[in-house]
Design a protein around this ligand. Structure first.
Ligand code: HEC
Length: 141
């Protein structure tokens, strides 16, 4: 009887420890991402956060802002971009769907956003990173 409840107790304690270390790890991650930059919208899902980490680690934030909010003269906002309409330097208007965003990253010169003289540098990203970014853009509002 005693042995059994001890077992249960130790299982509960172990589960609690596991949860605590998970929370610690999450807090450490959040602290890393927050180094000097504001924390993201708490409404981001785990996938959205993964995308945000990808965006920050690739340095996109230096021109697009730590949360993709855009930086005057350096890079347009990436918030609410996916599915919206973007005006290009030649005056044409395109829908910023996933294909557009892939091209905007891999071959920025192909379509330059109006108001930005210099295109951004091209990035050769692997699919995992592009998918993570697209998950983020789906949630960035
Ligand atoms: C050196 C500054 C710079 C960096 C770094 C940078 N960008 Fe850009 N980005 C720009 C500029 C300038 C434009 C607008 C001109 C153009 O279309 O190329 C742009 C445009 C875009 C667009 C199209 C936006 C729209 O409104 O249609 C996307 C998407 C984008 N960038 C994503 C990224 C991602 C993802 C990264 C990181 C992998 C990144 N950028 C890194 C400067 C930058």
């Amino acid at each position: 009887m005693m042995g059994r409840s001890n077992q249960v107790l130790s299982r509960v304690v172990r589960a609690g420890l596991g949860l605590a270390s998970l929370l610690l790890a999450a807090a450490a991650l959040a602290a890393c991402g927050a180094s000097g930059t504001p924390l993201p919208d708490p409404s981001l899902s785990p996938a959205g956060h993964a995308g945000l980490e990808t965006m920050r680690s690739l340095g996109c934030g230096s021109c697009h802002g730590a949360n993709g909010q855009g930086v005057d003269g350096l890079g347009p906002s990436l918030q609410s971009l996916l599915g919206s309409q973007t005006t290009l330097s030649d005056g044409s208007v395109v829908v910023a769907d996933a294909d557009y965003i892939r091209l905007a990253i891999s071959d920025p010169e192909a379509q330059i956003v109006q108001g930005f003289g210099l295109p951004m540098p091209p990035y050769r990203l692997d699919e995992v990173d592009v998918d993570a970014l697209l998950m983020l853009f789906e949630e960035l509002e």
